[in-house]
Design a binder for this molecule. Structure first.
Ligand SMILES: *Cc1c(COP(=O)(O)O)cnc(C)c1O
Length: 402
């Protein structure tokens, strides 16, 4: 194994802080709840019975480990690096989100909370949460922006069928940010009975750390699988970055292996102007949004900017604080793929490999397609395929004129 273990990777400098980022910027009423959650999570993390139950559900219910699939026809078509996909799309409910939903669902149960609230963008986290609530017998309320409800209608119907109540959010841009605000408002009001099951590596401490931990299985399996198949680590791991949960889950196991490039792909949307994309690392600046200090798309007055992406799951004005630290430290690179590149990647992957990626995941595939041709056959790219494309068929039919 040609890998050098090096220390001094930007990691949590103190609990909940990633360099200068992260923290806990919430109203006083939520402080006690976050401290309670932190202690409950620390205890659960150290409890072998909790880990065993989670491990069993990940395996027998969700379908872990997911395969690492080599893409021979895509590799040949691009003519450079070998391309592998980590198949989170094959998990129950169709995306990586179930890893975190199962972890937090079990934690809520352990804490004696019977009512679960969640926010959702593309609807994948809402579906995963509704699924876990059905499995564990918990009440479930999901907040979702009305724009997202319209473009991800299938997931709204899935949540309802699973017994969840979907509450439409009509404020602001009617997307993920507004759904998170509504969920936080609900939590403030019902904090004693209610568990807030946050869907990405975002928000106040302990969420970014906890959500990352629940997705670490992605990178752990990836590393073991690529070593089995190729006997060496990849040249790069590529993942799309909305809030950053699938990416941090994929990256974390490789942080110490400095020879492995870590590439996060943000949504380039429809143009470079503020409001047309969700590229936090290009035009964002450090600021506080929804409980955490990270890069935020904001105007000169500190008003949160509108964002756009063809993929609802990448359409958010801030990004997980651990990514902010990895960005500033230069350990991970952040690039963007626009709507067109993502749509092209969907078609290319569908027709070369028979795999329909989620539009979010297609951003990562697009970056692999962009850089592979200039690399050699000795290079390996592992793309985290965070979800499957079924939920996007309405958008794809319209955009691709199918
Ligand atoms: C939600 C979602 C994302 C974006 O969320 P992250 O927290 O950045 O991973 C990416 N891909 C899929 C398929 C999703 O459902």
């Amino acid at each position: 194994m040609a890998s050098v273990i090096m220390p001094a990777v930007p990691s949590e400098s103190r609990p909940g802080r990633f360099g200068i980022y992260g923290g806990r910027y919430v109203p006083e009423t939520l402080m006690a709840a976050l401290v309670e959650l932190e202690h409950a999570y620390d205890a659960a993390k150290a409890d072998a019975a909790f880990q065993a139950e989670l491990g069993m559900l990940l395996k027998d219910y969700a379908g872990r480990p997911t395969p690492l699939t080599f893409c021979p026809r895509l590799t040949e078509a691009l003519g450079g690096a070998k391309i592998y996909l980590k198949r989170e799309d094959l998990l129950h409910t169709g995306a990586h989100k179930i890893n975190n939903a199962l972890g937090q669902g079990l934690l809520a149960k352990r804490m004696g909370k019977k009512r679960i609230i969640a926010e959702t963008g593309a609807g994948q986290h809402g579906v995963a949460t509704a699924t876990v609530c059905a499995l564990l017998g918990l009440e479930c309320v999901v907040y979702m922006g009305e724009v997202d409800m319209a473009r991800q209608e299938l997931n709204v119907l899935r949540m309802r069928l699973l017994g969840a109540e979907v509450r439409g959010v009509a404020s602001g841009s009617k997307t993920l940010k507004d759904a998170i605000s509504e969920a936080m408002r609900d939590w403030v009001t019902n904090v004693r009975t209610t568990y807030y099951l946050l869907g990405s590596a975002l928000g106040a401490h302990p969420y970014p750390t906890m959500v990352r931990d629940f997705h670490r299985c992605i990178g752990r399996e990836m590393k073991q699988q690529i070593l089995e198949k190729e006997g060496r680590l990849p040249s790069a791991v590529i993942a799309c970055v909305g809030g950053g949960s699938n990416a941090i889950g994929a990256f974390y196991e490789f942080l110490q292996h400095r020879e492995v490039r870590l590439i996060g792909v943000e949504a380039g949307g429809s143009g470079m102007e503020l409001g047309q994309h969700a590229v936090r690392f290009r035009s964002g600046t450090p600021g506080v949004l929804q409980g955490t200090f990270s890069y935020v798309l904001q105007d000169e007055n500190g008003q949160i900017a509108l964002t756009h992406s063809v993929s609802a799951g990448l359409d958010y004005a801030s990004v997980g604080p651990e990514h902010a630290a990895l960005h500033d430290a230069g350990r991970a690179e952040y690039v963007s793929a626009d709507d067109h590149a993502a749509l092209d990647a969907v078609v290319k992957l569908a027709r070369t490999e028979g795999i329909l990626p989620a539009l979010e995941s297609a951003h990562a595939v697009a970056e692999a397609m962009r850089i592979a041709p200039a690399m050699t056959a000795h290079d390996i790219l592992v793309v985290n395929l965070s979800g499957r494309g079924d939920k996007d068929m309405g958008i794809l039919a319209r955009e691709l004129k199918l």
